[in-house]
Ligand binder design. Structure first.
Ligand code: PRP
Length: 219
């Protein structure tokens, strides 16, 4: 692995599939192991350049890039909003990974009706910062129970009446007797860059940003 080639952090999971054709258009050709679902490898060299890819959880991408462990990353707007790192620059919307970050509640609830009566609320979420800010605007103090997955179980089991989570098809909410109350943010994936690296390696990084821009047809 080249010690000074650019490192790009790419997410595991759903986005990986949508990202593959973009990487091809950008002419990033990762080694074979990158496409092997059974591989435990986490860093992958590229066959045609000294760029390497690291594959990490989508929630960790912003952290890897903000601290300079990777210079570039592909990151959901949800993660960018939650961490709000000053050291990140997000020059490009990749127009993939579309979903929404929403407030949801059990079908027999109606928070909107009772909003004026509520001063304190318990919410299960992976996004405590976004959630607290969202409710603070309505003058409500949200007590967040931080979970890393399966948020939809929380209302059923009495952990919290409300959840803030990503919604795509809405099937998970429906299957768990929940309904979407309000969209907090529309989400898509962004190309993110470490600001310090952007200054010191502007030529390489700008070149890559332009290649991504062309690949997604953005102007
Ligand atoms: C996400 C999200 C919801 C689900 C929504 O979880 O946290 O649980 O997808 O999708 P839907 O509206 O199409 O049902 P994901 O499957 O990515 O796994 P996670 O719980 O590990 O985040």
């Amino acid at each position: 692995m080249s010690s000074n080639g650019l490192v790009i952090a790419v997410p595991k999971g759903r986005i990986a599939e949508e990202l593959a054709p973009i990487l091809r258009k950008v002419d990033i050709q990762p080694e074979k192991a990158f496409f092997d679902e059974n591989s435990r490898q986490l860093q992958f060299r590229c066959d045609n350049s000294d760029i390497s890819l690291i594959r990490v959880r989508s929630f960790d991408i912003a952290t890897f890039v903000a601290f300079g462990a990777a210079q570039i990353g592909i990151c959901g707007l949800d993660v960018l909003m939650e961490f709000n790192y000053a050291d990140l620059y997000a020059p490009l919307n990749l127009d993939i990974g579309h979903c929404r970050l929403s407030l949801a509640e059990p079908e027999d609830f109606d928070i909107r009706q009772d909003l004026s009566l509520i001063s304190h609320l318990r919410v299960a979420t992976k996004y405590p910062n976004i959630t607290q800010q969202y409710f603070a605007k309505a003058g409500i103090q949200a007590e967040c129970i931080k979970l890393n997955g399966a948020m939809e179980l929380a209302p059923k089991l009495g952990l919290a009446n409300h959840i803030v989570d990503l919604v795509s098809s809405g099937r998970t909410l429906k299957a768990n007797g929940l309904r979407e109350v309000e969209v907090i943010a529309n989400i898509s994936s962004r190309l993110i860059v470490n600001r310090a690296a952007f200054k010191t390696r502007s030529h390489e990084i700008n070149d890559l940003i332009e290649r991504f821009r062309e690949a997604v047809g953005a102007s």
